[in-house]
Design a protein around this ligand. Structure first.
Ligand code: ADP
Ligand code: MG
Length: 319
């Protein structure tokens, strides 16, 4: 007997949450939620389409994790605290072992960050996963892309590029989804930087998460802020996981790779020591890449000399 829509919801997407601000979750026509008084509601949504945002054959738990992680990363980049999520799931069949794994991946991440799944929609169709997350931030503390000023330091968390290396290994067949390879693991199970995002409230002048590659995303941040950016390539954080790659490949992965959910932000220089200390206490390294400058665009330098690097991020509609 194939599972019906209501069995799918009841069996896989009705885990209870401990959040007191959920008056009514999954099961009625809509959820009833109590926003935190005095806070701005922060909303983000992202859709993952099989074959476009994840490779066919991706383990279901990784899809569940990623679908929520991309959204939580957007909230992290706003300095927000996530609270609730809605899941819209289109799938060709209701495969029970797939659903169990998908739900484990999704709830695993949700529970680590205190997020309640409060509703959604379940339909048959091609495999497409849309999640919407809602969270809170004190209205004046939200981190935007637009506040960077000339002279601010440009900082990136962690070591972007590792996930992109994992993706390339999967695409080329050098690794499989089951591989213990650290790059593949990072690609499938990267953790959004929620604690860092909250720590940046009141300090960072601008912030965003790196989803399309450091260089392209820095260009977006600079444009939004109406200033330019100048980074020194010798300062790029090169992850130990990329050690086996030639240096030019490491640089390419760091500058153009996405999927690590790292944060890119700007900070007045006198705050860097304190923020670095906070980040380190939370197990997150930071790297200063350069500074914002008057003008526009992103300039890359090597040993003080200008270098030309073509490359913006991923654009769905670019041919
Ligand atoms: P309606 O037909 O009134 O829109 P549905 O039958 O689509 O209601 O959904 C019933 C309940 O189950 C609703 O509370 C809805 O939010 C929830 N729901 C449906 N699909 C999902 C899902 N994939 N994840 C979480 N909640 C879901
Ligand atoms: Mg419905």
């Amino acid at each position: 007997m194939p599972l019906g829509e209501f069995d799918v919801i009841a069996r896989y997407f009705s885990r209870s949450s401990t959040r007191g601000d959920v008056l009514l979750g999954v099961g009625d026509d809509a959820a009833l939620l109590m926003p935190a008084p005095g806070h701005a509601l922060v909303a983000a949504t992202d859709t993952l389409v099989e074959g476009r945002h994840f490779l066919p054959g991706t383990p279901a738990d990784a899809i569940g994790h990623q679908a929520l992680a991309v959204n939580l990363s957007d909230l992290a980049a706003m300095g927000a605290e996530p609270a609730w999520a809605l899941l819209s799931l289109s799938m060709p069949h209701a495969d029970e072992s797939w659903l169990a794994d998908f739900a484990d991946g999704l709830y695993g991440l949700a529970e680590r960050h205190g997020v309640a799944l409060v509703g959604g929609d379940t339909v048959s169709g091609p495999l497409v996963v849309t999640i919407e997350v809602l969270g809170f931030v004190p209205p004046n503390a939200a981190l935007r892309r637009s506040g960077a000023r000339a002279g601010d330091l440009i900082i990136v968390s962690g070591a972007p590029g590792v996930a992109a290396a994992g993706l390339e290994e999967l695409q080329s067949g050098r690794a499989t989804f089951e591989s213990k390879d650290a790059r593949v693991r990072r690609f499938l199970r990267a953790e959004p930087r929620l604690a860092l995002g909250r720590a940046l409230r009141g300090f960072a002048t601008a912030a965003m998460d790196v989803s399309d590659g450091l260089l392209g995303d820095l260009d977006k941040l600079a444009r939004s802020s109406g200033v330019g950016a100048c980074i020194d390539l010798e300062r790029l954080p090169l992850a130990p996981e990329l050690e086996a790659y030639p240096l030019t490949e490491q640089e390419r992965l760091v500058l153009h790779g996405g999927d690590d959910y790292e944060l890119l932000f700007t900070l007045p220089a006198d705050h860097f020591g304190y923020i670095e200390h906070l980040a380190k206490a939370g197990g997150c390294s930071l790297r200063c890449l350069g500074s914002m400058v008057r003008g526009e665009g992103v300039e890359c330098r090597r040993d003080g000399a200008h270098v030309n690097i073509a490359g913006t991020g991923y654009d769905h509609f670019a041919s």
